[in-house]
Ligand binder design. Structure first.
Ligand code: 13P
Length: 264
């Protein structure tokens, strides 16, 4: 983990389309208190929330006003800077809201909104251009897994997403097997490690060796407090992108507190 790799573990909560801005304020306040009560060391394990767009201004104001040590980001951005793109949100707007991160290429965007590898690449480039860190999601479907094994599709998706980014770009990679998302059936730590170990050389090849070593690779898909320790013991897995369990404060806090149970 961090001591060995230099990569600070990252626990990220993707709220998806849940919690309005009033609920978000109460949630973030309570999450911060819960982690403070547990004496969470944010320098040792970074924690971030990814609320819906309409919550971001409220979350920003709360985090800045109360000096909460939580990071936050958006769930998507436009590949364009501005213009006639009804309903889309520019990376420039997210940067103006002090977002540090933005999720790009989540499988739900790829499937429900037809986002291709080209669109994901353009969005990743837009994020970097605007000073945001893209959390680039890759992952195979159950069918891909059967036909090509676990790593082939995520490796190809990552290669496409990173092509065109400047060397040394600051990115986070999230390996989320589609079959594990929301299914209650997480990958095994060995499966996650195997794919993460195949993704890291792609980062090195396209962004440089230093970036390859420094880039955090997360696992996502049915992560819970009860299974996080196994993933965090895997040398190439540096954190988790959590969906459902990120909406439960006790559960999400327990995931962020994984160093307490990683040895168990
Ligand atoms: P679940 O944790 O609900 O499986 O969702 C994972 C995910 O899609 C996070 O982006």
């Amino acid at each position: 983990m961090a001591a060995v790799t230099g990569r600070v573990p990252f626990i990220a909560g993707n709220w998806k389309m849940n919690l309005d801005h009033l609920q978000a304020i109460a949630f973030v306040q309570k999450l911060a208190w819960t982690l403070k009560d547990a004496r969470h060391d944010f320098d040792t394990v970074e924690v971030a929330v990814f609320p819906p767009f309409t919550d971001l201004r409220s979350v920003q104001t709360l985090i800045a006003g109360d000096k909460l040590p939580l990071a936050f980001g958006a769930q998507d951005l436009s590949q364009h800077d501005s213009g006639a793109y009804t309903g889309d949100i520019s990376g420039a707007f997210l940067k103006a809201l002090d977002c540090r991160y933005v999720i790009v290429g989540h499988s739900e965007r790829r499937t429900l909104h037809g986002e291709t590898d080209e669109v994901v690449a353009a969005k990743s480039a837009a994020a970097v251009k605007h000073g945001l860190v893209p959390v680039i999601c890759v992952g195979e479907t159950a069918e891909d897994l059967e036909q090509h094994g676990a790593a082939a599709v995520p490796v190809a998706q990552l290669r496409a997403a990173l092509t065109g980014l400047p060397k040394g770009a600051d990115v986070v990679v999230a390996y989320e097997p589609v079959w594990a998302i929301g299914s209650g059936q997480a990958a095994t730590p060995d499966q996650a490690q195997q794919v993460a170990a195949a993704l890291r050389p792609v980062v090195s090849e396209l962004l440089g060796d230093e970036a390859g070593q420094a880039t955090r690779i997360l696992y996502g898909g049915s992560v819970k407090a009860g299974n996080i320790a196994g993933f965090m013991r895997s040398p190439d897995v540096d954190g988790a992108l959590v969906g459902g369990a990120s909406l439960d404060i006790a559960e999400f806090s327990a995931i962020a507190q994984f160093p307490k149970h990683v040895g168990t």
